[in-house]
Design a protein around this ligand. Structure first.
Ligand SMILES: *Cc1c(COP(=O)(O)O)cnc(C)c1O
Ligand SMILES: [Zn+2]
Length: 429
C-alpha cells in the first residue's frame, strides 16, 4: 500500500458567528471574541468520488473513525488515541421495519462502540486533541454517555478526567462506567443544563480541556457515523436518516458530514435528516415548527435520559443541518419511545430508550405522510441496551398495568411440573 501523507495542509477553527479563525491547536472551547461555536475547516483531500472512497477502503487503520482521518483530523491522525472504535453494523430487521411502516428500513447500531454509544466516535478525536494541546486534565458535563466515553478515553491517554452529571438523572449503566474507568465523578444537585454551565465556568477557572459536545473536534469524529453508513450502502444515499436529538451535536455532525460528502463527490443526493426529540424535551422541534424564528428552551423531563436536555448547546449548527438537508424535526411521546424500544429489543437488537426515538419518529412521519412507505430510511441507534437496566426493569416488571410488550418474568416453585405448566403456554413466534 502506498503511504500517502494524511495532511494536505493546515486546519483552522472558524467561528460560526463572526467568522474569525483560530489555530487548530487553540484549546479555547468557544470563540474568544463573540462566544460563538467553533467549526473545523480542513484542507480537504485532492481526490474526489471513487478515488477518495478507495482511499478510505484501503486505509490501514482499524478504526471506523480514523479510516476517514483526512476528513476528521488530518494533522492528528498519526497520534490518535484510539480504542479502536466505529465499524458498527448496518442491519435490517423485518419486525422493526414492519412496525415503523417502511420496507427499506436499516439500523445503524452505534451502541456497538467500545463504551456502548456513538460518543466514542467523537471522544477519540476530542481526547487526541486534548493530548495535542498538552492538556493536564479533561472535563465534561454529561447525561451519562459522554462521561462514560470520556472516562475510558482519558484512561487510555492517561489523563485525569472530571465528570459532572445531574444527581439522580443518569442511567445506572452509564454512571457505573464512569466510576469503573476511573473518572472523578461529581453528582450535581441540578439538571444537565446546570452541569453544563458549571463545567464551562470551572474548566476555564481550573484549566481543564473541555470535552462537551460544543467541542468542535468531537463533531469531526461523529461525522464518521454518516461516512461509514454511506460506505456500507455503496455510497448510495438513503432518502432519510433518522436520529435522536438532544444537545444537537449529532444533528450538527450529520449535516456537516453530508455537506462534505456532496462537496467531495462521494454522494450525488443529500438524504433528508429527521431529528427526533421526546415531547418532554422538545425545544428544537418547537423552533422548527416556527421556521427557527425563536430559539426555545424548556425544563426537560423525559424517560430518555440521553436526550433530556432543555437548552441544546449545538442549536446554531443543527439549524444549518436541518435547513441544508430539507430536514424535519419532530417529537414523540415517552410511551411511543418505550414501545419502539420494546420492538427493537424483542427483535434481538436492543438499544437504550433515547435511541428508540429515531424509530418512533419514523413511524410517526409515515403515519403523517411525510415519509412514504417505499422510501429508504436509516435509523441510528445511539446507545446499547444495557445502558439503562432500570428503565428495562420498570417496563417489564414494575409498570402497572403491564405495557403491551412487557415480558413479565414468572416466579415458580423448584419443580418440573411448574416448568411444564409454563412450557405448555409457549408458542413459536
Ligand atoms: C448523546 C446521546 C444522544 C443525543 O445526541 P446529541 O448529539 O446530544 O443530540 C442520543 N442518544 C444517546 C444514546 C446519546 O448518548
Ligand atoms: Zn466569533
Amino acid at each position: 500500500m502506498q503511504n500517502t501523507p494524511l495532511a494536505e495542509g493546515p486546519s483552522v477553527q472558524r467561528c460560526l458567528r463572526c467568522a474569525r479563525e483560530l489555530d487548530e491547536l487553540d484549546a479555547r472551547p468557544q470563540c474568544p471574541y463573540c462566544s460563538g461555536l467553533l467549526e473545523l475547516r480542513h484542507t480537504l483531500p485532492k481526490e474526489r468520488g471513487a478515488a477518495l472512497a478507495d482511499r478510505f477502503r484501503s486505509s490501514a487503520s482499524a478504526s471506523g473513525v480514523w479510516r476517514f482521518g483526512p476528513l476528521v483530523l488530518p494533522n492528528g491522525a498519526d497520534a490518535a488515541v484510539s480504542w479502536p472504535e466505529g465499524n458498527t453494523p448496518l442491519i435490517s430487521r423485518k419486525a422493526v421495519a414492519a412496525w415503523a411502516g417502511v420496507s427499506a428500513l436499516r439500523i445503524k447500531h452505534e451502541g456497538m462502540n467500545p463504551t456502548g454509544s456513538f460518543k466514542d466516535r467523537g471522544m477519540t478525536v476530542g481526547v487526541t486533541q486534548a493530548v495535542r494541546v498538552g492538556a493536564t486534565a479533561v472535563a465534561c458535563a454529561s447525561t451519562g454517555n459522554t462521561s462514560a466515553s470520556m472516562a475510558a478515553y482519558a484512561a487510555l491517554a492517561e489523563i485525569p478526567a472530571l465528570v459532572l452529571v445531574p444527581l439522580g438523572k443518569v442511567a445506572l449503566g452509564k454512571l457505573t462506567q464512569s466510576l469503573a474507568y476511573g473518572a472523578r465523578t461529581l453528582l450535581v444537585r441540578g439538571d444537565f443544563d446546570d452541569c453544563l454551565r458549571l463545567v464551562r465556568e470551572s474548566a476555564e477557572e481550573l484549566g481543564a480541556y473541555l470535552l462537551n459536545s460544543i467541542n468542535p473536534y468531537r463533531i469531526e469524529g461523529q461525522k464518521t457515523i454518516v461516512f461509514e453508513m454511506l460506505e456500507q450502502l455503496g455510497w448510495e444515499a438513503p432518502d432519510w436518516i433518522a436520529l435522536p436529538a438532544g444537545n444537537l451535536g449529532n444533528t450538527a455532525a450529520f449535516g456537516k458530514a453530508l455537506r462534505e460528502a456532496m462537496e467531495l463527490g462521494l454522494i450525488t443526493k443529500v438524504p433528508r435528516l429527521l431529528a427526533v426529540q421526546s415531547d418532554g424535551a422538545a425545544p428544537f422541534a418547537m423552533s422548527f415548527r416556527e421556521s427557527f424564528r425563536v430559539r426555545h428552551t424548556v425544563r426537560a423531563n423525559t424517560i430518555a435520559t440521553a436526550i433530556n436536555i432543555g437548552a441544546p448547546a449545538s442549536y446554531q449548527r443543527a439549524v444549518q443541518s436541518i435547513r441544508e438537508t430539507n430536514g424535519v424535526v419532530t417529537s414523540v411521546s415517552d410511551g411511543n419511545i418505550m414501545e419502539a424500544k420494546a420492538i427493537i429489543d424483542a427483535a434481538g437488537v436492543g438499544c437504550e430508550p433515547a435511541s428508540a426515538a429515531s424509530v418512533a419518529g419514523v413511524k410517526q412521519m409515515v403515519l403523517a405522510g411525510t415519509i412514504s412507505p417505499d422510501e429508504s430510511v436509516v435509523c441510528v441507534l445511539t446507545g446499547h441496551v444495557l445502558k439503562d437496566p432500570e428503565a428495562l426493569d420498570r417496563y417489564h416488571r414494575g409498570t402497572e398495568p403491564p405495557p403491551a410488550h412487557a415480558n413479565r418474568p414468572i416466579e415458580i416453585d423448584a419443580s418440573l411440573s411448574a416448568v411444564a405448566d409454563v412450557m405448555r403456554t409457549l408458542r413459536p413466534t
